[in-house]
Design a protein. Structure first.
Length: 138
C-alpha cells in the first residue's frame, strides 16, 4: 500500500478507466452485431376502439391523451437513461417522458402516434422496449 493519501483513489480511477476502455468497444460491437430491423407496424395500429372514446359526448383533445408504460431492457447506466429519454422526447405527440432503469412512462396522443411506434423507436442498439401498460387519461 502506498503512503500517499490519494494514491488509492488515483489507482481506482485508472482501473475504472481501463475497464471502460475495454468494455465500451465490446458493447458497441455487440450492439451493432445484434441490431435488428424495426418491427413493422400493423395498419390498424393507433386506431381508437369504442371503449376508448365516450359515445355520449364528442371527444375533446384531452380525452384522446393516453399514458403508456414501457419495459426497456438493456439500460445499464445514466447515459442509457438519457439516450432513451432523448429519443422518446423527440417523438411528435409524446410528452411528460419519465425514464428509469428498466422502463419508461409517458403521455401520448393516439391521433398523432401509436404505442407500437413509440416502443419501436425505443428499441434500438442494445435497448429492447415492450409495452407494459397503455391506459386512457381522463
Amino acid at each position: 500500500m502506498s503512503s500517499k493519501p490519494g494514491a488509492l483513489r488515483t489507482k481506482t480511477l485508472w482501473v475504472g478507466l481501463a475497464f471502460l476502455g475495454v468494455m465500451l468497444p465490446i458493447i458497441l460491437v455487440y450492439s451493432l452485431a445484434n441490431a435488428t430491423k424495426p418491427a413493422s407496424i400493423p395498419p390498424s395500429a393507433g386506431v381508437l376502439s369504442a371503449e376508448d372514446v365516450s359515445v355520449s359526448e364528442p371527444p375533446t383533445l384531452s380525452d384522446l391523451k393516453r399514458q403508456l408504460q414501457l419495459q426497456i431492457d438493456g439500460m445499464y447506466c445514466p447515459a442509457c437513461k438519457a439516450a432513451v429519454r432523448g429519443k422518446l422526447s423527440r417523438l411528435q405527440g409524446v410528452s411528460e417522458v419519465k425514464v428509469w432503469m428498466g422502463g419508461a412512462s409517458l403521455i401520448y396522443d393516439p391521433a398523432i402516434i401509436s404505442p407500437q411506434r413509440i416502443a419501436q423507436s425505443a428499441t434500438y442498439y442494445v435497448y429492447k422496449a415492450t409495452i407494459e401498460r397503455d391506459s386512457l387519461i381522463r
